[in-house]
Design a protein around this ligand. Structure first.
Ligand SMILES: [Zn+2]
Length: 140
């Protein structure tokens, strides 16, 4: 599969892009904080201990909130707003179609080069430590 790159050269446009990413990440963080405090309000008592005597409707509400939070986390993990590896938000990005994740162009190329480097090492039958080939192969 072919990787897809989103590269912006114009410094003004880069700044706008970075600001938009920042706004989106802030919105995500605020939503996450809000959901977490709503979850805590149902699942914990005033001293922060877990409440065991929840009603069925409280449990249903709790499940709904937890599902929303994990959906948002999943979306954030697949977001173009930041690199999956180095977490920077001001980079040009490359999409890994196998992993369905965005990496900055630098990390992407680093992983790809590492894969080819390890391939050569492998042919020389060297010990590769905890190198996980299927992961790095997706960057080729
Ligand atoms: Zn990166």
């Amino acid at each position: 599969m072919k990787k897809r790159c989103v590269v912006i050269k114009d410094p003004k446009l880069r700044r706008i892009r970075n600001n938009l990413r920042e706004i989106l990440i802030k919105a995500y963080q605020n939503t996450d904080i809000k959901l977490t405090s709503e979850i805590d309000a149902i699942s914990r008592d005033s001293e922060g201990r877990l409440r065991m005597n929840r009603t069925p409707s409280e449990n249903a509400e709790l499940q709904k909130l937890k599902d929303m939070r994990s959906q948002i986390n999943e979306l954030t993990d697949k977001s173009i707003c930041y690199c999956r590896a180095c977490k920077q938000i001001n980079k040009d990005m490359a999409y890994n179609p196998t992993l369905e994740e965005w990496y900055c162009v630098e990390c992407y190329e680093e992983f790809r080069d590492y894969y080819y480097q390890q391939k050569i090492e492998k042919q020389k039958a060297k010990f590769l430590g905890d190198y996980y080939e299927p992961f790095f192969e997706t960057f080729t």
